[in-house]
Design a binder for this molecule. Structure first.
Ligand code: PLP
Length: 384
């Protein structure tokens, strides 16, 4: 024994059990469950992040992301991190100190965009609406004309409220006023129609763990030509080294230069989740989400629970359901978890205690899940 070896302190050397988790059905606002194919992809043997085979996999993942987003944007990549990393990347790269950034705030995630933009020095202007409502194109047009922002940021699917923002003519208005359109598609991509090029969206991001049905930890980001031009014209460095897309583009582009070690197996998982979407086809996938959401909304009404958001702009992937008078929202959610292994979520902000949030996302948007949840929810409301 080496007498000079340091003495090891065993204080933190706890003995823990091997993981043995209950089989939860994740019907909350995310993460959602993913398929065995994605699970297998995650556990595929590792290769290096500059291996020629991995480079093929990167290219395939980018191309499939373009399909799912319906865009030809060359710069379309998965960011290493959760949806918030891609959200932050979009602002870190496009906002320069003093830029006027107009943000639609009709729920929590619009608030978060304001917070993030302000941290990069933006002059943030807020366009506000109640939680559960959406903006009309005219309201957006008037605000753009008044504030003359360089970026308009909108949440396509507000996970805090279950409202889906209609996108007609907004992108064209942005072009007229020389403003970039930034769209959060975290809870819409892969579940409801998202057609970036048709909508003239310049910047969009998403997360793996919602309708894409991949584990959390990888987050798609896309920058169109107008966004790249703004990035290339910057007078100041991107104030976040890890998320600087001018550096990362050298890894995801033809140079393949090291920036940070890509989460290789997470890219495998995302690629598999995207392959599944491409096999199903977007039209069928959107139709499946719409059909199962409609069945959920009808079934909820039958057990005395009304959806919160007006049907016109109700989001198929995430439903906010009004907790009936006298029912304890938390106790019902706890009952579902304990007796059925089903996760649904409560809400926060002005909707706290008033609604449950029920997700039917990607792999989980299935008829059998709707039937099971409705029966379980009824039992929980009667017994919790
Ligand atoms: N944007 C929206 C609309 C979201 O729903 C979420 C997460 O729920 C995010 C951004 C942030 O994603 P993440 O929690 O994966 O960091």
């Amino acid at each position: 024994m080496d007498h000079n070896a340091p003495v090891v302190n065993d204080k933190h050397r706890i003995r823990t059990a091997q993981l043995d988790l209950p089989p939860r059905l994740l019907l909350g606002p995310g993460p959602s469950n993913y398929s065995n194919r994605v699970r297998q992809a995650l556990s595929t043997n590792e290769i290096g992040h500059l291996d020629p085979r991995f480079i093929d996999i990167m290219n395939e993942t980018q191309e499939l992301l373009r399909y799912v987003w319906q865009t030809d944007h060359a710069f379309t990549i998965p960011v290493s991190g959760t949806g918030s990393a891609a959200m932050e990347a979009s602002l870190a790269n496009l906002v320069e100190p003093g830029d006027v950034v107009l943000i639609g705030v009709n729920g929590y995630f619009g608030e978060r965009l304001c917070d993030m933009a302000s941290r990069y020095g933006a002059d943030v202007r807020r366009l506000e609406k109640g939680w559960g409502e959406v903006f009309t194109t005219d309201e957006i047009g008037e605000a753009i004309e008044f504030h003359r922002p360089s970026i308009l940021g909108l949440i396509h699917a507000e996970t805090a409220t279950g409202a889906l923002q209609p996108m007609d003519r907004i992108g064209k208005l942005c072009r007229e006023f020389n403003c970039l359109l930034l769209l959060d598609t975290v809870t819409s991509l892969g579940g409801v129609p998202v057609t970036l090029d048709r909508w003239h969206v310049d910047v969009a991001y998403s997360g793996g763990q919602k309708c894409i049905s991949c584990p959390p930890g990888i987050a798609p980001l896309t920058l169109g030509p107008r966004a790249l031009e703004k990035l290339n014209r910057r007078k100041t460095k991107v104030a976040n080294w890890y998320l600087d897309m001018s550096l990362l583009s050298k890894y995801w582009g033809p140079e393949r230069t090291y920036h940070h070690t890509a989460p290789v197996n997470m890219v495998f998982a995302l690629r598999e989740a995207l392959r599944i979407i491409a096999e199903e086809g977007l039209e069928d996938r959107w139709e499946r989400h719409s059909r199962n959401a409609t069945a959920l909304w009808e079934g909820l009404e039958e057990i005395g629970v009304s959806p919160y958001v007006s049907e016109e702009w109700r989001l198929p992937s995430l439903t906010t359901a009004i907790v009936p008078e006298g029912v304890d929202a938390k106790a019902v959610a706890a009952y579902l978890l304990e007796h059925f292994n089903i996760e649904i979520a409560g809400a926060f902000g002005p909707l706290a205690g008033k609604v449950w949030r029920i997700g039917l996302m990607g792999h989980n948007s299935r008829h059998e899940n709707v039937v099971l949840l409705l029966a379980a929810l009824k039992e929980a409301m009667d017994n919790a």
